[in-house]
Design a protein around this ligand. Structure first.
Ligand code: FAD
Ligand code: NAP
Length: 520
């Protein structure tokens, strides 16, 4: 709902502008960009009509403000007057009006829960709801002293029925170490499943169990060293986090509980958690795409699973702006340069810089050593989709190539029965093709892999395929290696490209289970 540009957007000269269908961006009037909005919020103008006063809003009062020029919306108990924002909203006025005079939290979460509305709309804050709508019962104080096996994690009634069985944790210590053990009771847990951070006196470990998060979140009772290790015993689903004490003294308790501690909650309700990462390098890849390398803090354990993205956050003119990006691995580069950055402390991003964009020029202006906040991973791609896979087809347009990088690496190294991997890569011109020579080299080296480039605006010298995604291109490209081979088709690019691709794939009789589309 309260969208910022953009989860998906058409480049100004792109065909996407005329494509129909899907949740598309509404072209904004001149002077109504997100940057213009930020400027307005900094101008000192009274945007709520309350001259900075915050009020308690009753449900009856909220309902009255349901018109375009008088529109209040409640998100997570806070009420905003969004009328001044209407013309700046990339999703259009109608999208905002769906929540006029009501609680828009669910609508907001459905569309883009990652957008930092608190920062974007802080000058529109009217006040709090007098009767709070559905506050999660999460921050209950832990009464028991934290030593030894803890009571079962708290789960809601629905979760108890539908969710995974409830994890638990314990801790023990030696003179120099404190080990926190999480018993997930799941077999498919690995190092990607757990994200650990120690920042500003708060220790947080989030374990992803299917669509749920189990959270350990504490203020530790004593100081620890910056680095720690994480081990997973996969067959029993046990996670061990080994912390190094700063002083070799005995801890009487692990610490005090913080928000969501010892809770198993649906992943969508956890909120995004960020840590500051340092920019290590920035290299040009094409005329408008760069490879950014960010370093995680020593006090973070985070591995972004194949097919998932994270959110990057920057403060632009005093407002926090968040955009999604899909980390890539550097496996296609390893032949070309020294693999200096080997461990999991580094995250790579291939990012296209849009000169008229809000976020990417700012990212491009960062200096080596500057910091960017990086969120926990999100996304609905699951490695289990590769099970017994024989043919993998990848359809990518522009930077829609980014999820394909890790997929390609994983598939070629981890799927034993894989016979064929084909990438069809759509771009405007030859100059836009990311890592072309690397892909061609890979195709030469690995007989299972093949790549085809399709250009929408090639020069007359281009001998390859041209045009847009079409039935003819797809039916020729998507040939199974055997009549009944198990296939997966991954598709990613501008939203209208992806939507059109999915329609064409259904027309070609591929089933829903055989298609994975990447969207926000
Ligand atoms: P924006 O401000 O969004 O503008 C982009 C362009 O569109 C500009 O030319 C601007 O002038 C124009 N524009 C914007 N809004 C409008 C409008 N309403 N009307 C008319 N024109 C408009 N990108 C990558 O490069 N690499 C990735 O790995 C990557 N991963 C992604 C993963 C996911 C899940 C998703 C959803 C997107 C991903 N993206 C990725 C895209 C990325 O999130 C940003 O959308 C992109 O970087 C543009 O951001 P920006 O703020 O610079 O540009
Ligand atoms: P682009 O250069 O604008 O487009 C790449 C190619 O796709 C061009 O040949 C373009 O043709 C073609 N194309 C665009 N719209 C089309 C349509 N409706 N039908 C058929 N072909 C179409 O792409 P980009 O600027 O790199 O943008 C990449 C997009 O991928 C962004 O929208 C980004 O948000 C998205 N993305 C999503 C994820 C994800 O969801 N996980 C990850 C990464 C990127 P023309 O230029 O001739 O129009």
């Amino acid at each position: 709902m309260l969208n910022v540009p953009s989860q998906s957007f058409p480049a100004p000269s792109s065909q996407q502008r005329v494509a129909s269908g899907g949740r598309s961006k509404v072209p904004l009037k001149q002077g109504r960009s997100l940057m213009d909005w930020i400027r307005l919020t900094k101008s000192g103008k009274d945007l709520t009509g309350l001259r900075g006063r915050l009020i308690e809003v009753t449900e009856e009062e909220l309902k009255k403000h349901n018109k375009k020029d008088d529109c209040w919306i409640c998100i997570r108990g806070f009420v905003y007057n969004v009328s001044p924002y209407m013309e700046y909203h990339p999703g259009g006025e109608d999208e905002l009006m769906r929540a006029a005079g009501s609680d828009g939290t669910d609508l907001f979460d459905q569309v883009h829960r990652w957008v930092n509305y608190e920062s974007m709309l802080k000058e529109c804050l009217v006040g709090r709801m007098a009767i709070k709508p559905a506050v999660p019962k999460d921050c209950r104080e832990e009464k028991k002293v934290l030593n030894g096996m803890l009571p079962k994690s708290q789960v809601s009634d629905t979760l108890a029925k539908e969710g995974p069985s409830s994890p638990s944790y314990d801790w023990f210590q030696t003179d120099s170490l404190v080990t926190i053990v999480i018993y997930t009771k799941q077999k498919d847990i690995n190092l990607d499943s757990v994200i650990v951070d120690h920042q500003d006196d708060s220790f947080r470990a989030e374990t992803i169990i299917k669509d749920y998060s189990y959270i350990i979140h504490m203020g530790l009772s004593r100081e620890i060293q910056e680095d720690f290790s994480v081990r997973v015993v996969e067959n029993v689903g046990k996670i061990e986090i080994v912390l190094k004490k700063k002083e070799n003294t005995s801890w009487k308790r692990l610490g005090h509980p913080l928000e969501n501690h010892n809770l198993l909650i649906p992943k969508k309700d956890t909120g995004l958690y960020y840590r500051k990462c340092q920019l290590i390098s920035k290299e040009g890849v094409t005329h408008d795409t760069k490879l950014f390398c960010l370093m995680l803090p020593a006090s973070t354990h985070l591995q972004v699973p194949v097919g998932q993205h994270v959110y990057l956050k920057l403060t632009i003119t005093g407002t926090e702006i968040v955009k999604p990006y899909t980390p890539v691995s550097d496996f296609l580069l390893s032949e070309f340069k020294e693999p200096v950055l080997l461990n999991n402390k580094y995250i790579y991003f291939l990012i296209k810089i849009y000169p008229a964009g809000l976020f990417t020029p700012e990212l491009d202006h960062l200096h080596i050593g500057d910091f960017v906040s990086v969120s926990n991973p999100e996304g609905n791609f699951k490695i289990s989709q590769f099970r017994e896979l024989e043919d993998l087809f990848l359809l990518a347009a522009g930077t829609g190539f980014t999820p394909m990088v890790k997929i390609l690496n994983y598939a070629l190294t981890n799927i034993p029965g894989l016979r064929k991997v084909k990438l069809m890569f759509f771009n405007k011109t030859e100059d836009d093709i990311i890592w072309r020579s690397q892909l061609e080299k890979l195709a030469f080296k690995d007989k299972r892999f093949d790549v085809e480039f399709v250009l929408s605006a090639p020069t007359s010298e281009w001998n390859g395929k041209r045009g847009y995604i079409s039935p003819a291109l797809l039916s020729q490209f998507l040939k199974r290696s055997l009549d009944n081979s198990r296939v997966l088709i991954c598709i990613c690019g501008p939203t209208p490209f992806t939507e059109q691709g999915i329609r064409l794939l259904h027309d070609l009789n591929f089933s829903k289970d055989e298609i994975h589309s990447f969207t926000a």
